[in-house]
Ligand binder design. Sequence first.
Ligand SMILES: CC(C)(COP(=O)(O)OP(=O)(O)OC[C@H]1O[C@@H](n2cnc3c(N)ncnc32)[C@H](O)[C@@H]1OP(=O)(O)O)[C@@H](O)C(=O)NCCC(=O)NCCS
Length: 180
Amino acid sequence: MKVNEMNMIDRSADWRPAALVDIAAIYDIQCIAHADHPEARDVLLERLELCPQGCFVFGKRGTISGYLLSHPWRRFSPPQLDRKLGEIPGEADSWYLHDLALLPGTRGSGAGAKVAGLLAEQARQAGYRTVALVSVNGSQGFWERQSFAVHRHEMLAAKLSGYGSEAVYMERDLNSADFS
Ligand SMILES: CC(C)(COP(=O)(O)OP(=O)(O)OC[C@H]1O[C@@H](n2cnc3c(N)ncnc32)[C@H](O)[C@@H]1OP(=O)(O)O)[C@@H](O)C(=O)NCCC(=O)NCCS
């Protein structure tokens, strides 16, 4: 699969479940979208191996221009950046959105909002009450539009230290009245 480098929005592209062979494109997009805090290819691959049902790619016919990686995890305990998880904890009580990233030419088309909604619905149907994430890269406003709210706890500060100075922990309540 090749990364779609066309600087235009393709309205026929859509989200689909990610496969292991998509890891090269996922890694390439990550290196562009998160150039300041890139994670190793094996770290991303492990997410895909541990929780394929939480991983999606955006594109069409052999081109990929975005991805979402997610998995069950513990609330208020974001994993360290660029570290393998080892396993999905048996006591996971939240769905953790590890990363959502689109190539610059694909942004602004509604693709991010669409997959955020799809994931929330999937997590709710699986019985989870929250989706959690760490917002980086000036994305807080985007997540707020997707019904996520910032949580600030002392115990979170240390866990966020590797994510950059603007990083904030956010959750979406899947039981709230605004869920759609
Ligand atoms: C953040 C990102 C995934 C958003 O995806 P997108 O497809 O461009 O967003 P959408 O087109 O679905 O936008 C949905 C809404 O959020 C708004 N929005 C998008 N990015 C925003 C941002 N950075 N800050 C505030 N609002 C934003 C849009 O204007 C739109 O508003 P509307 O509902 O009023 O129309 C994308 O910009 C991206 O890949 N960024 C680089 C990687 C990154 O930072 N990921 C987040 C990691 S936590």
